[in-house]
Design a protein around this ligand. Structure first.
Ligand code: ADP
Ligand code: ZN
Length: 705
């Protein structure tokens, strides 16, 4: 099969321009009749590896998948691309099943999805079918080494014996070696080729934040992106419900999901999330396996995950479409304590504790987080990623010896009997009941650290624990105790380097500049609404019509004909035919309304300019044009930056312009007026700020010779 045919099939049927890493090699192997094992991260693009060969083979491709919920999604997605596919599982009526079996016999279906438990439905018709390929998805389920062993998978070994000349493609996102070997052996793969794709998901940003006030942080984060779906993973069922309640109260569409809820509620929540009817799901790790939603824009971990495997799989659910997506992990000492307790009491405790330790090291890291993650999966990366919080805001170290001495001597004065919060209260000289009951206010060092905020003390103490100067006695009410190293700082003059506490607002302004801008009347939003409407009519998830990535490309390239639309990634022949007109029309309408808006705008400026040139001042112009004075001032400011001869000196003094200039450097969002107004404590009017900014903008313009 030539490379050209593969590319044409990829474009015409799936709409994609290029293969992702390993896809093409895997497809070549399968088409040459050999078995293969494909290991790719979640979102890496496993499906194409069997869906594309399925189209080129004469017979049927059987896809074995454990996730009944996903089958419908995959089949819908194939159908949207004009590919005939079906699934057979126990949720269907007998008549439905018979129907599908009939079309299999007639070879009118290219792919059939089936759960291993249901393979028996095909048993007595196998000999009548023309089977070209067998794909085993989530193949790690066959291995007791894997984290998701399913007994029904262990029977699949017979397939190779029964269809010795049919290629088998096994696919999984689980990378470890033991599982890999087990898959090949148990499936009886013949001289199988193994393809391991990089686990790096560059489009996912990585961030770890201290868990203080996390509900507030989450509300702020989500409120900034009202149209973006996301998942918050929580450790306990109770937390999922409480958090969903709090988000709802803050006006965010959120629902809880955990294994304790009944089936109907769970699948309803899942459907609503997939269909963009519910924005946020607060879930335990029970949520996500059966979800292929490609436009999950962010994943938050409310609690520290148990291990890096789980964490990586969970954040992997964001950004399958390849667009930038955010992940945030909240770290709290409380969580560590609880997880440590679970791990030490559970099975295989040594291994679980070691895994938790690696997770904690990741969260406390002071170097590129992606390097740490990928090295965990056995990939060596030499470059820093530039898309994690550490790369964006490298930690700065300072001499923290005095802070350390204060903290350690406080722990000592409290006779190593108190947990972290009490130590901070003591250092800060808090006047609370616990302090007074124990008469701590009379001890030396009480209040010695009042100049440092609670938040910062918390961070410093965590650093000291990580550095090994003190430790948490997990089995004694989490008292903080000194270690042998403490005396070196207290008595032997040892110096301690601490890292400066990062302020979250810094991260936020950073994130803002990175974020793709979406205003409610942007073309993206218009296209999103059309997609939503079509999805409702066809009763499929919106991302099956077009991915977010495809809409973003339409927004930037503005295709206005079939020929232009087909060049968009994700637009194949079938989708062009079905949906092309609606999207092209929307883009043309948008362009038209934009140009008429520009015309209208420029005429209103012209009118103001003419009156100004006739000698009227701002107040006169406002009266004459029945506009507000601020509007006229904004016109004059714009006319000035556009190069018209307008005298603005009467509106704002030189000193004021200098002050505004200084504020511009300091403010997080220097493009809006309100932050300036607040910055000057409402002492400088909006008009002055507006004019001042126009003058500064003009100064900064590069002169054109
Ligand atoms: P996995 O099963 O490995 O998690 P999927 O097969 O669901 O991943 O693919 C993830 C996303 O990537 C889907 O939205 C899919 O349409 C998209 N995708 C797959 N291959 C390509 C490609 N070659 N070019 C662009 N997008 C692709
Ligand atoms: Zn990094």
């Amino acid at each position: 099969m030539t490379t050209q045919i593969l590319h044409t099939t990829l474009k015409e049927n799936f709409g994609f321009e290029k293969f992702r890493p390993n896809q093409e090699e895997i497809i070549h192997t399968i088409l040459s009749g050999q078995d293969a094992l494909a290991i790719m991260p979640t979102g890496g693009g496993k499906s194409i590896c069997f869906q594309l060969p399925a189209l080129l083979f004469p017979g049927i491709t059987i896809v074995i998948s454990p996730l009944i919920a996903l089958m419908k999604d995959q089949v819908d997605s194939l159908k949207a691309n004009g590919i005939n596919a079906c699934f057979i599982n126990s949720s269907q009526t007998q008549a439905e099943q018979q129907n599908h079996i009939q079309s299999l016999k007639e070879n009118t279906v290219k792919l059939v999805y089936i759960a291993p438990e249901s393979l028996s439905y095909l048993d007595n018709i196998f000999s009548e079918l023309n089977i070209s390929l067998i794909a085993v998805d989530e193949a790690h389920c066959i291995s007791a080494w894997g984290h998701d062993f399913r007994p029904a998978y262990t029977n699949l070994g017979y397939l190779k014996n029964r269809f010795p000349s049919t290629p088998i493609l096994a696919l999984t996102a689980t990378a470890d070696k033991a599982t890999r070997e087990d898959i090949s052996t148990q499936l009886n793969l013949v001289c199988n080729k193994v393809f391991v794709a990089s686990f790096d998901r560059k489009n996912l940003s990585l961030e770890v934040r201290p868990a203080l006030d996390r509900v507030k942080q989450i509300i702020e984060f989500v409120s900034e992106k009202p149209n973006e779906s996301g998942i918050v993973y929580c450790l306990s069922r109770k937390t999922t419900e409480e958090l969903a309640g709090k988000l709802l109260k803050a006006g965010i569409q959120a629902k809880a999901y955990h294994a304790g809820l009944d089936n109907t509620t769970r699948s309803k929540t899942q459907d609503e999330f997939i269909n963009d009817d519910c924005q946020v799901v607060c879930a335990t790790i029970a949520f996500g396996m059966g979800i292929d939603k490609s436009n999950v824009r962010w994943v938050i971990h409310y609690n520290l995950p148990k291990n890096i495997e789980g964490y990586y799989q969970e954040i992997g659910r964001a950004g399958r479409d390849g667009l930038p997506s955010e992940t945030i992990l909240f770290e709290s000492y409380g969580d560590v304590i609880q997880l440590q307790k679970f791990a030490s009491e559970g099975l295989n405790s040594e291994v679980q504790l070691a895994k938790l330790d690696r997770m904690k090291q990741y969260a406390d890291a002071l170097s590129c987080r992606r390097k740490i993650l990928l090295s965990y999966f056995g990939e060596l990366v030499t470059e820093n990623c530039g898309n994690c919080d550490i790369c964006k805001n490298p930690p700065s170290f300072f001499d923290g010896t005095i802070i350390t001495q204060k903290a350690l001597s406080a722990i000592s004065r409290l006779q190593e009997r108190e947990p972290l919060p009490v130590i901070i209260d003591f250092l800060r000289g808090s006047k609370n009941a616990h302090i007074f009951e124990n008469e701590y206010q009379h001890l030396k060092t009480y209040g010695i650290g009042a100049d440092i905020s609670w938040y910062d003390w918390n961070q410093y103490l965590i650093q000291l624990i990580n550095l090994g100067y003190c430790e948490i006695a997990f089995h004694q009410q989490n008292k903080i105790r000194l270690t042998a190293f403490a005396s070196k700082v207290l008595f032997d003059g040892e110096k301690v380097q601490l890292t400066a506490v990062q302020k979250i607002s810094i991260d936020k302004s950073e994130a803002k500049t990175q974020k793709i801008k979406t205003s409610p009347d942007s073309l993206f939003e218009i296209l999103r609404k059309i997609r939503f409407k079509i999805a409702k009519e066809e009763d499929v998830p919106a991302y099956i019509i077009f991915s977010d990535a495809a809409l973003r490309q339409m927004e930037s390239q503005r295709p206005m004909s079939d020929e232009e639309l087909i060049t968009i990634d994700g637009v194949g022949k079938a989708k062009l035919e079905k949906y092309g007109d609606a999207f092209i029309k929307a883009i043309i309408d948008f362009q038209k309304s934009k140009s008429s808006k520009i015309k209208k705008e420029s005429s209103t400026y012209k009118e103001t300019l003419a009156l100004y040139q006739s000698g009227l001042n701002a107040v006169d112009i406002a009266t004459k044009r029945k506009l507000g004075i601020p509007t006229v001032i904004s016109h004059l400011a714009k006319l000035y930056t556009d190069g018209n001869d307008i005298d603005l000196s009467g509106f704002v003094s030189n000193e004021e312009v200098i002050k505004i200039k200084e504020a511009k450097v300091e403010l997080d969002s220097p493009n809006a007026l309100k932050p300036y107004f607040d910055y000057f404590e409402e002492m400088v009017s909006y008009d002055k700020i507006r004019i001042g900014l126009a003058i500064i903008e003009k100064e900064n313009q590069i002169p054109i010779n």
